[in-house]
Design a protein around this ligand. Structure first.
Ligand SMILES: [Cu+2]
Length: 436
């Protein structure tokens, strides 16, 4: 439904948004691992919608892809989603219809699946990060789906919010251990967060626990739709302040927010003596004996000469990205929009088989590739094994990257695989595979 949010900060005017329950982000849904939930969604918009439960391994009929897994929810109508989350972790929800405009106007919310046993931290925090393209009067700018956005880096905005407002100081207490859940719910902005004076330890990626480790160069890279859970021991001095920088784009680093320490003495003399590792989720282990290899090649996008690279052979092409025109393709095929009925799967897997999936990015652009219904065990990047156990539903590929992953096709249905830069998805960087 429609609402207003204070995106631009205390001085700024309020911004008209579309939000779940009229808020940005939508309400935090906290549910329990292994316990069934029932969520009724009523469509108060003037257009069709659906809800996709990003990262949750659920029944295909609950996946929220219009036409493919359910009829779209018409204005004034409702749909009841029912699922039992097998995995604990940090997830989120968003529409999969009119995605660019609906998400760009604010529809997104956090979904936290709690562990059966509470984790030993002092505080459990969530930063839902969203990037907005605001006009001079601080309203959401129009011009969704321009050719430039579609064929280049997507609709990157000019205002980043944390939990729906312009970031202010984040109050922390010396000596405390915080579990911080980072969710990048932006349409297109990639972030790389650096906590000055602190050493965050990654404990989960895309909701799936990993071996606790510090990020390679101290930066937490979060592409659209990715989540990272970190544990941070707040070792700064009482009263001190430390910036959190986003420096993903060369020369465009900016302070996202500031950790502001309370003047109170440290909560404890030494960091909490509790293990950082989270209990693992019940993911099916890939089976080398039953493996099917499949390669996905990402093609298209604007080249240096202002031309589209290698797209348009199979489908009719209008202006790239405009009116549903294609600017991208997967294995020579462009599926545009949000998903719809009758999308022929590009490949099929027998239930129980292991899929060894190779994703090759032939384009000059970054793509966070998202798979519905499954979590992928990431094996290697450009031939080098990944250093830590890593399961992801959204895998970021740099230009020309080749990533290899594996997953067990244990869940029948037609499933989406697409780029989560929403302009790219809408303009053809999407495909479907079938598990029979
Ligand atoms: Cu992309």
């Amino acid at each position: 439904m429609h609402g207003r949010a204070n995106l631009a900060g205390p001085e700024g005017p309020w911004t008209s948004i579309w939000g779940y329950d009229g808020t940005v982000p939508g309400p935090i849904l906290r549910i329990q691992q292994g316990r069934p939930v029932r969520i009724a969604v009523e469509n108060g918009l003037d257009e069709d919608t659906t809800v996709h439960w990003h990262g949750i391994r659920l029944l295909n009929a609950m996946d929220g892809v219009p036409g493919l897994t359910q009829p779209p929810i018409k204005p004034g109508e409702s749909f009841v989603y029912e699922f039992t989350p097998p995995d604990a972790g940090t997830f989120w929800y968003h529409p999969h219809a009119g995605s660019l405009v609906q998400m760009g106007r604010g529809l997104a919310g956090p979904l936290i699946v709690e562990e059966a046993e509470p984790v030993a931290v002092d505080r459990d925090l969530l930063w839902m990060l969203q990037d907005w393209r605001l006009s001079g009067d601080k309203q959401i700018a129009g011009g969704f789906g321009s050719t430039m956005d579609a064929a280049m880096s997507g609709r990157v905005g000019n205002e980043v919010t944390i939990n729906g407002s312009a970031p202010t100081n984040q109050p922390v207490r010396a000596g405390e251990r915080v579990r911080l859940r980072l969710v990048n719910a932006s349409l297109a902005r990639i972030m790389a967060l650096r906590f000055e004076g602190h050493r965050p330890v990654i404990v989960a990626i895309d909701g799936q626990p990993c071996d606790p480790h510090e990020p390679e160069d101290g930066r937490l890279v979060l592409a659209p739709a990715m989540r990272i859970d970190v544990a941070i021991d707040m070792q700064g001095d009482p009263g001190s302040r430390h910036d959190v920088m986003d420096d993903v784009y060369d020369g465009l680093a900016y302070p996202l927010t500031t950790l502001a320490y309370d003047r109170a003495p440290p909560l404890r003399a030494n960091p909490l003596d509790a293990p950082l590792a989270l209990p693992r989720n019940p993911l099916p282990e890939p089976d080398r004996a039953r493996t099917i290899r499949w390669e996905i090649v990402l093609q298209g996008g604007m080249t240096g000469g202002g031309k589209l690279a290698g797209v348009g052979g199979m489908m009719g092409m209008g202006m790239p990205g405009m009116n549903g025109g294609a600017a991208w393709a997967i294995n020579g095929m462009s599926m545009t929009g949000d998903g719809h009925a009758g999308m022929a799967p590009q490949f099929a897997l027998e239930r129980g088989a292991t899929c060894h999936l190779i994703i090759r990015n032939e384009t000059a652009w970054w793509h966070p590739m998202h798979v519905h219904g499954f979590s992928l065990s990431v094996l290697s990047r450009n031939g080098a094994p990944v250093p830590h156990r890593q399961w992801q539903d959204t895998v970021l590929l740099a230009p020309k990257d080749i990533v290899e992953c594996a997953f067990v096709a244990d869940n029948p249905g037609d499933w989406m695989l697409h780029c989560h830069v929403i302009d790219h998805q809408m303009a053809g960087l999407m495909t479907v595979f079938r598990v029979t």
